[in-house]
Design a protein around this ligand. Sequence first.
Ligand SMILES: [Zn+2]
Ligand SMILES: [Zn+2]
Length: 262
Amino acid sequence: MENYSALCNVPRPFANESICSWLTRLSLSQGVSLWVMMGYLELKLHIDFDFRFWRLDLESISKKTGLSISDFKNQKIFSKSLRLYDYYASHYVMHYKRRRRFRFCSLCLQEDEIPYFRMEWRLKLCVSCPIHECLLEDHCHRCRNPITLPVNLFSKVSDTKPVESLANCQSCGAQLTKVNPASFKGALYEAMDLKSKKFIKDGGTLIPILYKGTHRFNKDTRAMQESFTMQAIDPKKKFKWTARTWRLKIKRYLKKYPSHTQ
Ligand SMILES: [Zn+2]
Ligand SMILES: [Zn+2]
């Protein structure tokens, strides 16, 4: 029984889903705590599931979940791409108190039928959403706690509360989608400085490259690498905006130029 799995209705990871996000959804789908699921899959929490992916025993995970190894193809490629530049996933990748920290796009989470977190939302260089042209959020808008995964959503389920999803803040339960997006569309884009615009543009170029396969920076992309390294390790950040500071900026900007609408 090669593909025997004790689990049923196992969710497949989405094409660009972080393994931390998938593990959270997987344990909730089976009605068990994250710790029980990790024990079953023989996973150790200290491994960075997203960017130390090659340390996972994928064959055993696919057997135990009934999924195929190819369901994790993109996650494998993405983590391998980053491995070239950040072997220990310690510089380019965000952490918070030794946990795995994510930014998020509130509009993406809102549009998801099943909310999930993207792999690139863990990268320091990924500051915006190319689909919605807004900056990614750094915190829950209500309690200001950062989002870290995987999280034990099962512990938050109760008789009186509906089943939570990844679109809820794990600390206070607020809906992460209920925030005014830090948009830089159209006229608002004009309010942004050139350096920041370039950073957003380069990020938009580089992330699809990381998903395509292991990539060595060449003469066309080397400048991007420099700016991302600066962003990752230099306290003087290349990209200075956060969703919060950008919202304040556009508020002032629209007051000054009321004809420039969002
Ligand atoms: Zn988005
Ligand atoms: Zn919160």
